[in-house]
Design a protein around this ligand. Structure first.
Ligand SMILES: Cc1cc2nc3c(=O)[nH]c(=O)nc-3n(C[C@H](O)[C@H](O)[C@H](O)COP(=O)(O)OP(=O)(O)OC[C@H]3O[C@@H](n4cnc5c(N)ncnc54)[C@H](O)[C@@H]3O)c2cc1C
Length: 328
């Protein structure tokens, strides 16, 4: 069987990667977008979903979450493939393509556009030892499908927007929802906290989780916690626990890719070319004189990278990419 070789692999599904993959598809290429998280969205989704954005042209006042929804169109006229929960570990140049090594299967592409921002996002995990087999079953760091929580007893841990928003959503389908946080106040949008107070979600504050144990002959877990500033301890027994303690990023992976770097950034020229043949970069990960870490700048760098890739890998192809109307 012959392997599928994409025209372009876009590594990193933040706003810049999403738009770059879409734009590559609009330019009649076959792109694949690779993202380490279970959902696309990068910083706007993971760090400021509720914050309003005013400096992306035509998107005045949308919040981080809405901006990403506007980028991921339901029925895009120009299609790209997406690989989620797939972290690029390295890539190796073969004859006229790159073999991209991930935590899953290898992916093959003629050109690569790196849009990894500050590196892969990872959830901040519980800070004590627990059975790793609980992850993805009783212990969750993401919600992949709200239905997984239907009719369950659920403990949500955390005090920010994500924890409060998920407690509100899970409460609609779960048998019982509790929200555990180390403070009495939540650091979430005021209107969400107000909605929370009007629900039957049980608030377990100010507490810290200290242990997690699978109950024998059961699929339930016992969650132990301690009240902050006291020696008081207690347990709750639940079907599922969702931990929303925020995200961390790690830019060290980039050092293995043979790229010339300036600190954690990739220097690029005005064509968004890196030091490696047919490898381009855009968004927060790049540096050049005058670079600013703004979404709008990344939205311009992506198309430059795609146009450069077309000129390099398909020199015979016309490189006239200023209007979508020509494709209708
Ligand atoms: C609090 C806050 C507020 C901000 N407000 C604004 C604003 O109002 N306006 C504005 O223009 N900008 C704002 N920014 C900056 C803006 O969010 C960034 O410029 C933008 O997110 C950069 O997009 P990106 O796609 O380059 O990177 P990111 O958004 O960081 O996305 C990179 C993606 O790549 C993935 N990834 C990384 N490594 C790998 C790998 N090896 N394999 C697979 N996937 C990988 C990551 O998981 C991530 O999803 C703000 C930033 C913060 C922190």
């Amino acid at each position: 069987m012959t392997k599928k070789t994409f025209d372009i692999a876009v590594i990193g599904g933040g706003p810049v990667g999403i738009f770059t993959a879409f734009y590559a598809a609009m330019r009649d290429l076959e792109p694949v977008l690779i993202e380490s998280m279970p959902t696309l969205g990068g910083q706007p989704s993971n760090l400021y979903a509720q914050k309003q954005i005013y400096d992306v042209a035509g998107q005045f006042g949308v919040n981080g979450s809405q901006l990403i929804q506007n980028l991921i169109i339901d029925q895009p006229p120009f299609k790209y493939e997406t690989c989620l929960e797939t972290t690029v570990e390295n890539f190796v140049k073969q004859d006229d393509y790159y073999q991209i090594k991930t935590n899953h299967e290898d992916i093959f592409a003629k050109a690569i556009i790196i849009t990894v921002g500050n590196g892969p996002f990872n959830p901040r995990k519980l800070a004590f030892d627990y059975d790793p087999q609980l992850e993805g079953k009783q212990l969750n760091y993401f919600v992949k499908n709200l239905e997984d929580f239907r009719n369950c007893d659920v403990l949500v841990a955390g005090g920010g927007d994500t924890a409060v928003d998920w407690a509100l959503e899970i409460d609609k389908v779960a048998h019982h929802t509790s929200l555990l946080h180390r403070r009495n106040q939540f650091r979430a949008l005021e209107s969400s906290v107000k909605r929370l107070m009007d629900t039957k979600v049980e608030l377990l504050t100010p507490n810290i989780i200290t242990g997690l144990q699978l109950l024998p002959d059961s699929n339930k877990v016992s969650v132990s916690f301690k009240t902050v500033g006291t020696e008081d301890t207690a347990q709750v027994i639940v079907d599922k626990i969702l931990v929303n303690y925020g995200m961390t990023t790690d830019s060290r992976l980039l050092r293995k890719w043979g790229l010339e770097l300036q600190g954690p950034f990739i220097p690029v020229n005005s064509k968004m070319q890196t030091n490696l043949e047919h490898v381009y970069a855009a968004g927060d990960v790049v540096t050049y004189p005058g670079k600013q870490k703004l979404i709008t700048l990344g939205f311009a760098e992506g198309p430059i990278a795609v146009s450069s890739a077309i000129a390099d890998i398909y020199p015979q192809k016309s490189n006239f990419g200023h209007s979508s109307s020509m494709f209708n």
